[in-house]
Design a protein around this ligand. Sequence first.
Ligand SMILES: Nc1ncnc2c1ncn2[C@@H]1O[C@H](COP(=O)(O)OP(=O)(O)OP(=O)(O)O)[C@@H](O)[C@H]1O
Ligand SMILES: [Mg+2]
Length: 432
Amino acid sequence: MLFEIVTTGSMLGVLGASYYKKNNLNSDHDKIIKIADNCGLYTKEEKIRLYRRRYNKEKKFTEYVYKIPLGLELEDFQDKYGKFKDGLNNRSVRKINLKDFKELKLDKTILKQIQNIINNREPVNKEIEMEYDGMLIFRVFDEGLTKDLPYTKEMLDNCKGWEIPLGVTYKEFVKHNFEKMQILVVAGQTRYGKTVFLKNVITSLINNQPDNLKLTLIDLKGGLAFSRYLNCKQVNTVAKNSKETLEALEAIHTEMVKRQEHFLSKGWEDIGEAGWTERHFVIVDEGAEINGFEKKDQADRALYLLGEIARMGAGIGYRLIFATQYPTADVFPRQVKANTSAALCFRLKNATQSMVVLDTKGAESLPVGLKGRAIYQTDCDRLVQTPLIKNGFIDGIIKPHIVMKPRSESSEPQNSKEDTKAGEYTTEFKEI
Ligand SMILES: Nc1ncnc2c1ncn2[C@@H]1O[C@H](COP(=O)(O)OP(=O)(O)OP(=O)(O)O)[C@@H](O)[C@H]1O
Ligand SMILES: [Mg+2]
């Protein structure tokens, strides 16, 4: 009896799924035509005409190829992106999940349970992409961007070198590579995911580069968010206030100037040529607090030093992540902004703030309350969902790296080519 119910249920599921797909294909095409019509995307003589349709099983999208009337261009359609997207998502659909049948409870409610499975409706969450290559290519992805992305070990294993898992777009996993983009600005209103993202970066790098990573963590919200990393061997400093911040930044600056002189004397162009594998990350959480330092000259100095790290640091092995909740022009050291090649921007209060971070509007229109949703800007802008890393997961990853002995204050790379060469460079740096 049970076998019959489950088998019948599964058959219904399969039929339901294929009915859904078939129906869905037709209705999406019909909708595209209708929306184009309603938006005036036609000429006197012609309307858009379907030329080809194909389903990509692996990437889960349907590609519609249309011939568009003479006189119209891709941009005309892209301008109506919101109308197409809303139109394709304007209903919920019956969705039969096969796995629900496996979870049926064998009691007198079984018929009701089956009914619920069959009548299950879910909101549609499709994403669209448009391209032109002589024809208008319209890709409709079955599933848009997820609202929820747990951080997993698998993501971490997917990252090589100095990459970290940044998140997903509606179609792919995205990594940030700190060898290619050495300075990253992170902005966003309170509680949208900045610190969680910074913990993702720190944890990922500790796991993937345990012997090459050095960290200066500046947590101007009191040091609590980063305190779990305090005893990791990769952590040089956790600065929590103006005094500690200035001390840390001055030390890095002195070290940087010496390192630059050393590179010059050796004729090395950059850290790659020097063959040093160490990278020193300076991570600032709530950079706007610097402006609030009690003494103005301390704030100015700290901003200047951060600017110098941004200006000189990338080539000689320093990486900077500057996070802030209040991205106004005076919060960003000019050199940080000028040298930044990437930004991760969660929802912001207004378009002006968005302009400061991204040089374009948009971050103010990210969905309200959707944590982890951001615009990732590199050479293009991508809408991403960042992963949520849990403290328990972090603790598991960093446990093997926790040391109780006092850390050396030396800033010299432990694994430079020169370690083996009579230690002359080592001595030079120990003097700092
Ligand atoms: N990527 C994410 N996915 C889902 N939820 C998230 C994500 N990132 C953060 N959150 C949730 O939002 C909460 C706040 O995140 P977080 O502390 O990173 O915010 P914040 O931007 O640093 O805020 P503040 O400016 O106040 O420091 C987290 O405790 C977590 O519950
Ligand atoms: Mg925070």
